[in-house]
Every structure is written in C-alpha cells, then in structure tokens.
Design a protein around this ligand. Structure first.
Ligand code: COA
Ligand code: AMP
Length: 664
C-alpha cells in the first residue's frame, strides 16, 4: 500500500476514501460501533470486536437483534409501509408485480408462522430451493424472523449436489416450488427433491411447495410418504403471523455452500449482527443507494451476490429490490436489461461480466441501451469474475454512467475491494477492482508468507485478521476445515485463494485463483468435484479437469481422461456419456461440454498431474514444462487438442511464484 491513498494523520472526512479506510484500520472499535448505529438492536452492543484467540473473533459479541425486523418491520413502523420493497419482473412468464413493505411484513410474518407450525425454531435449518420468485425472499426473511438458519441452493444444481447439502446442513424443512423456468425448458423441482431425499439422511420432516400455475407437479402428488408435503398457500392460511425473535449477534444467519478444491462443498456460515451492519453500510457507502431507491442485482438468490444484494442489503437500507426471472439475452432479446432499467427507474445495476459479454455478443453497438431511456442509471457494478479491460471499455464507453468492477467471494459476503462511489468515486483503472474496503487490511504475500506488498509484485492476496464484520464466521459443522482452508497457510491472515498485485496508488488487481477452483460464468466450480464425477464412469481410469478461456463465460471446464486398460469404447460415445454424467451429478450449471480422451495424463515423477501445463496447452498459450515431468512425449496427445498448431514450449524451469493454498 502506498501513501498516495492511505495517508495517516489526515483529519477524518467521510467523503474521502483514504481517511475513512485508515480510521477503520486504526480504530476498528470506534469505526464499527459507530456503524452499528445504522441498525436497530434489541440489545445494543457495547463492543465491536472480541478476539477470542489469534484465529477466532466475534463482532458485536454482546449485541442482540433481528435481521428481519431491520429489513422489514422497522420501515413499516417508520411510516414507510407503502413504499415498494420488491419489484418482481419475470421475463419468463410476463408477470410484473410490486410488494410494499407492509405487504412484505404480512407475508413474512405469516410464513414464519408456517415454519413454526412445521416445528422450526431458533437454530434449526431450512433448505430453500427456489427460482427467482418473491417466495425466495419471503422464505429467507421468515427464517431470519424466527432465528432459523437458511441454506439456499441454486436451482441449476442437480439432485446429488442437493443431497450433499441436505446431509451436511440437516434441515428440518425444505421450501421449494414445482418448477423453475429456463428459456427452453421447465425445470421440475419436485422430482429433484425426491431423488435428493432418497440419497440423504432423514432430517427433513416437511417440504413446503410454492406452486406455480401451468407447471406440472404439486404438493398433493407427493402425499403418503415419510416426508409431509404442504402447499405454501394452504399452509399460510392455517398459520398465525409471528413477531421477530431477537438473537445474539453471533447467531448464524445462514449457511451457503461453495466449491472448495474437493467434491465436498464448504458451508460458509454468516453471522447475524456483523452481516446486518456491514450490508446496511455498504448500500450507502459502496453503492450510493438510499431508502426508496431502486437497486437491481441481476443474479440469483442461490449465489452470495443474490443473498446480499437481492435480499438483505437493499431491504435493510429501505430501498426497493428487483427480482428478475430471466436472462440478459434471449428473454426475449439483448435489450432486456435496459427495458427493466427504464421501466422501474433502476438507479444502480449489479451483474456479472459474463452477462455483459452475452449482451455484447448479440448487440455489439449497444443499441438496446439506446432504445430505452436509462437515464436513471447512476452506476453499474460488476463482480463474480475478473472484468477484462475490453469488456470494461465497451460498456463504460457505451453507457453514460460509471462501470465499477468489485471483487468479493462467497466467504466475504460483501466486497473486499471496490471503488466506493458512496464515499468518493476514485478515478477508475480498467483491470483493477480498485481499493480495499474499509475494514479490509489487504496484503500481498509470497509463498513463504512474507509481506511483499510493493507496487507491481504479484503474490497471494491475504487479509489481515480479524476479518471485517459480515465476512464468514466458520465452516458449518467443521471449524477445523475453516482453519485448514483459510487460516493456516499464512498465520495471522485469511488466504483469499486469489493471486494479484497492488499498484503505486494502492489499486488492487485480482488475477485469478491459486487453487483448483474455476469460475464459469461467474459460478464457482471445483475441478476436483468434476474429476470425481468423470472418474465414476466405468471406462475412466484417470481424469483431470482444468478451466480454459471462454469468450462468453470467462472460463469453462475442460476434462481430459484416460481409459482403463482393455476398455473399449468409442471416444465420441464416451464423451457424450461423460457430459451427461456431469449434468446428472453436478447439474446443468457446470455447463460441461468439453472432454477428450488421451493415452496418458502428463505428470511429474512423483505422480502430480500437471494441470497448469494442460491448461496452457489447451488455451494455446506458451506452456512451461517442469523439469520433473515423467515423460514429455505424453504431451503429444494434448498438443493435438490445442487450438494453435505453433505452440512452442518455453524453456527453463517451471516456476510458480504463487503458493497453492489448499482450500479444501
Ligand atoms: N435452474 C436450472 N437450470 C439452470 C439455472 C437454474 N436456476 N440457471 C442456469 N441453468 C442451466 C441453463 O438452463 C443451462 O442449461 P442448458 O445446458 O440446458 O442450456 C445451463 O444451466 C448453463 O446455464 P448458464 O451458465 O446460465 O448459461 P447460458 O448459456 O444459459 O446463459 C449467460 C449464458 C451469460 C446468459 C448466463 O450465464 C448468465 O446470465 N450469467 C450471469 C451469471 C451470474 O449471474 N452469476 C452470478 C454471480 S454474480
Ligand atoms: P464466488 O465465491 O462464487 O463469488 O467466487 C469468488 C471468486 O470469484 C473469487 O475468489 C475470485 O476468484 C472471483 N472473482 C469474483 N469477483 C471478482 C472480480 N471482480 N475480479 C476478479 N475475480 C473475481
């Protein structure tokens, strides 16, 4: 970090980034206790952070609150019950509707009663498997209202992924629907639920089904089994509204599973108090959004971006959130986003670079934006994957408002680095995610853990402990995995699993993962999990999966397999079966299409698969061959798959400046 941005001893001004950031680091107690005033507490905290040990901390340890009260009731009590809380726009069904804060309070209180009737109490888990419909928000808030812990699973995951999450979280209740709508098909949820239940432990007692018209399947079709199926509407009629239940600030708000390097996803646990405080602050200080503004996050409630910025943060801030069921292109065309911005007066849009690339591919002149009046739009935020400078320039030049790339993870729940337009809009630098958020002490560490935070030096991006409020508390049911995955590599720091560097102005450039996690269309996938699925096939001896460059999705998974000795199967047949296997076990979201059979996988003499070399070859890059390679001729098969015939091996040692952090 250089002095240019982070000058100490400046008078603290809240319209300048540098002094605000500096104060958050020098005086976290004062900074965060003041920020805690943004929300209503049942019992006000007297302390901001408590360090229980070098690796364990808690935010607002003696505070008590209810997040649902803060996101809903307090706005109604303040006389803003008529204000729109949720706009629902489904490009799939043509439905457009609004829910006021008063109506939301009624729905949420009643659905909390439904959960209560199903035996859900403080600390019980509820798994939510819903598409982009208002019931997703209502059920999440209803959990928060009664201190239940929700775990939302993205609709694009298959039943086995759902089963893994059921087994880990052990929910009492599942909240779901009969169907989701994808452009070319109906995704029937209930058969997926049934299959997952058959593979999981028997914690689930009740499945509540929000039925959508004209979609097959209903709760009634599943009566008589060991699990009770209830129709949402009928259950609601039978329930009494329930008041918010205050919980300790450290009570888990939710579990959200994310890919690690193995097939077992990690259940990221978020706290209640730190989460509510940090998200409320972020609306004004990061996004520049206040009460009554329309804020649209075009993502999915199944991802962290959706949790924080479709559901909690906009409502905590009293703003209007927009839940959009549709795609950036094809529903019906690449003007869809601009239609929505115009129609609802969206002030800030938050989406993923892949969505922008999809629009650009269909509408390179950005005519969709010109066809609509998008003058309400003040800023467009991007996250989920690196925004390449080309995409950035195309969008920034084509829109009249700033385009802001910001970096975060499921683990952090809100931004790590951003251009904080709510404090001060700094000059933008394409390719950079701007500067660390207040509360984030970011360092670049070398493989040995030495602090090498000097302009231009690339290394592991690590965050000094304690992490800011709202970042992960632990891994569900496995605190040791939390330590192993994030805290042990660099004592005193959280290892982000990303590499990057800082420039002379303190701007951060995030360059990619240091582990075997890949990012497909902003969705995080574990190559290890994909390899495990490929290895399930009878014919497959070994499998390696790498993320190769993709013009639309940023990267996509590419599988390389070898066959068991004596096994005869046509390559084309096997490839088709493997693609189907991944779809069945991980889900369509993996978008897995590329797989090739080779005679042998390139390995070091100690048997380590050379994934980096494989990826470089498949990407047509100059590749580096480690001196420890077992047999260089093995690369011939891969070279035949490479897009460029003239790939020339780089000479010299295979050096990896970045330490691979085992984010297992
Ligand atoms: N339920 C069921 N299936 C789903 C799904 C859901 N909620 N979401 C996606 N899928 C399916 C799609 O139908 C598709 O299936 P197919 O193979 O049968 O066509 C598959 O998963 C891959 O989907 P997707 O990655 O969305 O690719 P796409 O080609 O359909 O669309 C984009 C491409 C760019 C439009 C799309 O990836 C997109 O909008 N991305 C935004 C990413 C995002 O919001 N990320 C969140 C992090 S901020
Ligand atoms: P997820 O947990 O699914 O949100 O994925 C988090 C990962 O996505 C990060 O660790 C990064 O590798 C990547 N990522 C997210 N946002 C950005 C960004 N703005 N720039 C670069 N990488 C990003």
């Amino acid at each position: 970090m250089t002095d240019a941005l982070l000058t100490p001893n400046q008078p603290v001004r809240d319209d300048h980034y540098a002094p605000v950031w500096q104060r958050s680091i020098d005086d976290p107690e004062g900074f965060w206790l003041e920020t805690a005033e943004l929300i209503d507490w049942h019992r006000k905290p007297t302390r901001a952070v408590e360090m229980r040990s070098d690796t364990e901390w808690r935010w607002f340890p003696d505070g008590e609150l209810n997040t649902c009260y803060n996101a809903v009731d307090r706005h109604v009590e303040a006389g803003n019950g008529d204000r729109t809380a949720i706009i629902y726009d489904s490009a799939m069904t043509g439905t457009q509707s609004r829910i006021s804060y008063a109506e939301l309070q009624e729905h949420v209180a009643r659905f909390a009663g439904v959960l209560r009737n199903a035996g859900v109490g403080v600390g019980d888990r509820v798994l939510i498997y819903l598409p982009m419909i208002p019931e997703a928000i209502i059920s999440m808030l209803a959990c928060a209202r009664i201190g239940a812990i929700h775990s939302v699973v993205f609709g694009g995951f298959a039943s086995s992924e759902l089963a893994v999450r059921l087994n880990d979280a052990e929910p009492k209740v599942i909240v779901t629907t009969n169907g989701g709508l994808e452009p070319n098909r109906v995704v029937e949820y209930l058969p997926i639920i049934e299959k997952a239940l058959a593979r999981s432990s028997d914690s689930v007692e009740t499945v509540i089904v929000a039925e959508r018209s004209r979609i097959p399947g209903s709760a009634a079709d599943y009566q008589g089994g060991p699990v009770r199926y209830l129709d949402w509407k009928e259950a609601e009629c039978a329930a009494e509204p329930v008041a918010p239940v205050p919980v300790p600030a450290n009570h888990p708000a939710y579990i959200l599973y994310t890919s690690g390097t193995t097939g077992n996803p990690k259940g990221i646990v978020r706290d209640t108090g730190g989460h509510a405080v940090a998200l409320t602050r972020s609306m004004s200080k990061i996004y520049g959004i206040g009460a009554g503004d329309v804020f649209w996050t075009a993502s999915d409630v199944g991802w962290v971006v959706g949790h924080s910025y479709i559901v909690y943060a906009p409502l905590l801030a009293g703003a209007t959130t927009l839940i959009y069921e549709g795609k950036p292109v094809g529903t019906p065309d690449s003007g869809a986003f601009f239609r929505v911005i115009e129609q609802y007066g969206v002030k800030v849009l938050f989406t993923a670079p892949t969505a922008v690339r999809a629009i650009r591919r269909e509408d390179p002149e950005l005519e969709g934006a010109n066809r609509h009046d998008i003058s309400s739009l003040e800023a467009l935020f991007l996250a989920g994957e690196r925004t390449d400078p080309e995409t950035y320039h195309w969008l920034n030049d084509g829109l009249h408002c700033p385009v802001i790339d910001h970096w975060w993870q499921t683990e952090t729940g809100w931004a790590i680095c951003v251009n904080p337009r709510g404090i001060e809009l700094l000059p933008s630098k394409p390719g950079s995610t701007s500067v660390p958020c207040p509360g984030v002490d970011l360092r670049i560490l070398d493989a040995a853990g030495n602090d090498v935070t000097e302009p231009g030096v690339e290394g592991n991006i690590a965050l000094k402990l304690p992490l800011p409020p709202g970042y992960l508390l632990t891994v569900w049911g496995d605190p040791e995995r939390f330590s192993r995955s994030y805290l042990e590599a660099f004592p005193g720091y959280y290892a982000t699993g990303d590499s990057g560097y800082v420039d002379e102005d303190g701007f951060v450039y995030v360059m990619g993962r240091t582990d075997d996690v890949i990012n497909v269309a902003g969705h995080r996938l574990s190559t290890g999990a994909l390899e495990e699925v490929l290895a399930m096939h009878d014919a497959v001896a070994e499998a390696a999966v790498v993320g190769v460059a993709d013009a639309l999705k940023g990267s996509r998974a590419y599988g390389i397999v070898t066959l068991k000795h004596g096994f005869e199967v046509e390559d084309a047949v096997l490839e088709k079966e493997l693609v189907a296997l991944v779809r069945e076990h991980i889900g369509p979201v993996a978008a897995f299409r590329d797989v090739a059979v080779v005679a042998r996988l390139p390995k070091t003499r100690s048997g380590k698969i050379l994934r980096k070399t494989i990826r470089q070859i498949l990407d047509g890059e100059k590749y580096q061959v480690p001196p420890t390679i077992e047999d260089i001729t093995v690369l011939d098969d891969l070279l035949a798959l490479a897009p460029q015939p003239d790939v020339v091996p780089a000479t010299g040692m295979f050096t990896v400046p970045i330490r691979t952090v085992a984010q297992n």
